[in-house]
Design a protein around this ligand. Structure first.
Ligand SMILES: [Mg+2]
Length: 220
């Protein structure tokens, strides 16, 4: 039994409900600080605000030959991020998580490689000290050839919160609820998920989901 289950008393059967969370650009900014870091590293002057698609290689001026360098650079960024104790989940997010922790448990599902799991767990225990942190990293679900949506369902989540429209759509297609964290890359989103600008709105929506669940009109 999950240790977090003991903390809550507001789920339908006295347990916490489950909201699966994406990590990068949901709990913590990634793309903007990554581009800043890359600019410092390579002497480039890429303007993050001009980026409007997921193809980072294009903006970094890398051709087909050098495209493979992007995941390597992302891993290098994550490695230095682990050393920098000033980089943590923003205070506003931590406040909201604290209030929601009476009602939800928050497993993280992230495309980061498994070797970054200790960092994810450390960040989550800092942000949510009352809960045992739980993180599912890339190889945990890639090896199951599954999507974030399917994994979220498998671990009992009612809802997935993610900034990537493809993950949100995968969750919806599994019958879960989903919340899309707005950024410039998903501004054209026209799917069924609610698109939110900040953690206050995530809080409102998760509490609405909690309410619906308790009222028994939550359909999976
Ligand atoms: Mg993300």
């Amino acid at each position: 039994m999950n240790g977090a289950m003991h903390n809550g008393h507001n789920g339908a059967n006295g347990e916490l409900l489950t909201a699966a969370l994406d990590f990068d650009d949901t709990l913590k900014p990634f793309r903007a600080p990554f581009i800043e870091w890359y600019n410092r590293l390579s002497g480039t002057d890429i303007d993050y605000t001009q980026i409007d698609r997921y193809d980072l290689a294009y903006y970094m001026g890398l051709g087909e030959q050098d495209r493979h360098k992007v995941p390597e650079l992302v891993d290098r960024y994550h490695e230095q991020e682990m050393q920098d104790t000033s980089l943590s989940i923003p205070a506003e997010t931590v406040e909201v998580l604290g209030r929601l922790s009476l009602f939800f448990r928050f497993p993280v599902i992230t495309a980061r490689k498994n070797r970054f799991k200790p960092y994810t767990l450390a960040q989550m225990s800092q942000a949510l000290p009352a809960h045992s942190p739980e993180a599912h990293h890339r190889e945990d679900y890639e090896s199951l050839s599954t999507t974030k949506g399917r994994l979220a369902k498998k671990i009992g989540a009612l809802v997935l919160v993610d900034d990537h429209a493809a993950n949100v759509e995968a969750a919806l297609s599994e019958g879960l609820e989903a919340i899309l964290v707005a950024d410039q890359l998903n501004r054209g989103y026209d799917g069924r998920a609610l698109r939110v600008d900040n953690w206050r709105q995530i809080e409102e929506e998760l509490m609405a989901i909690h309410e619906r669940h308790l009222n028994g009109d939550f359909v999976l």
